[in-house]
Design a protein around this ligand. Structure first.
Ligand code: MGP
Length: 267
């Protein structure tokens, strides 16, 4: 404990959210080498490990939960170049559900983005992402990692930017957002049309309200109800919906939603 000086300028630098240090891998982080080590419910994903991370054998780490939601690498690469490809004025990307890093790494390596801010709430998952980024040659100069809640981050970014570390306050007019949220487990596969208002724990409304200021891309189940997405188009703007396939079957769709501009009221 140091001496008790008057509250000074150094305390004012205590921002509630700031860039994360490099976090250590934990007991929750695994690099499985054989199927016999893998919990039964992720064995299917383990057999697809090279489509998920082509450099898996270089020592990719995942938490057990991350396997269900990680975007396969060819899809992540495709999305990284599709993302608002023509709007060169927008060159910063926020990945709000960073997970084990699949999408953020692809965004970084696409050359399309000058900076990526990648947010993850779980320390072990974030440690995996940082480790995996290193394997893919992606340094901290391009990805700024944040350990925290992305809804809190977005609220501060739009409404109270002064509470964020200066490195976490990108110019909103130069920024787009990508969200690959949890879908509430693989149950979505049994629905002919997936009701996005039943998605757990965040439904379409939760996501759209949090992100609407920015152009935002939502990575959603392939069976998602497109009519629910279409209703969210701002006046006179279109939403583009793209199905991403591997070996002839759709893995997921991405809805590219325009944001409300800075001159809109945001309502
Ligand atoms: P899947 O559930 O393995 O379906 O997910 P698939 O491939 O039809 O299964 P199969 O048995 O028919 O072969 C396919 C892809 O969807 C995964 O690789 C992830 O990229 C993505 N995905 C799946 N889930 C459950 C989630 C999720 O909860 N969130 C996000 N963001 N992506 C998911």
């Amino acid at each position: 404990m140091g001496s008790m000086g008057a509250p000074g300028a150094s305390e004012s630098a205590d921002f509630s959210m700031k860039p994360a240090e490099t976090l250590p891998l934990t007991d929750e982080c695994h690099h499985y080498e054989g199927k016999n080590e893998v919990p039964w419910d992720i064995q299917k994903y383990f057999s697809q490990r090279y489509s998920i991370f082509s450099l898996y054998d270089e020592g990719v780490y995942m938490t057990d939960d991350a396997w269900f939601g990680v975007t396969p690498e060819p899809v992540a690469i495709h999305v990284a170049t599709d993302m608002y490809g023509t709007e060169q004025q927008k060159h910063i990307l926020i990945d709000v559900f960073g997970g084990a890093g699949g999408n953020s790494i692809a965004f970084a390596n696409s050359g399309r983005w000058s900076r990526i801010i990648s947010i993850e709430r779980d320390a072990s998952t974030l440690a995996c992402a940082q480790h995996n980024a290193e394997i893919y040659g992606v340094g901290p100069d391009i990805i700024t990692w944040v350990h925290g809640d992305s809804f809190e981050y977005m609220d501060k970014l739009v409404n109270h930017p002064e509470e964020l570390h200066p490195d976490l306050r990108p110019d909103l007019d130069a920024t787009v957002l990508f969200a690959s949220p949890p879908w509430g487990g693989p149950g979505y596969r049994t629905d002919e049309v997936f009701d996005l208002y039943n998605m757990q724990p965040y439904n379409l409304d939760d996501l759209h309200k949090a992100y609407r200021r920015l152009d935002h891309a939502l990575f959603l189940p392939r069976t998602s109800d497109i009519r629910q997405i279409a209703k969210l188009a701002p006046a006179d703007r279109q939403i583009e919906v793209v199905q991403y396939c591997m070996e002839g079957a759709s893995k997921a769709l991405v809805a590219y939603m325009p944001g409300t501009s800075s001159t809109d009221s945001g309502k």
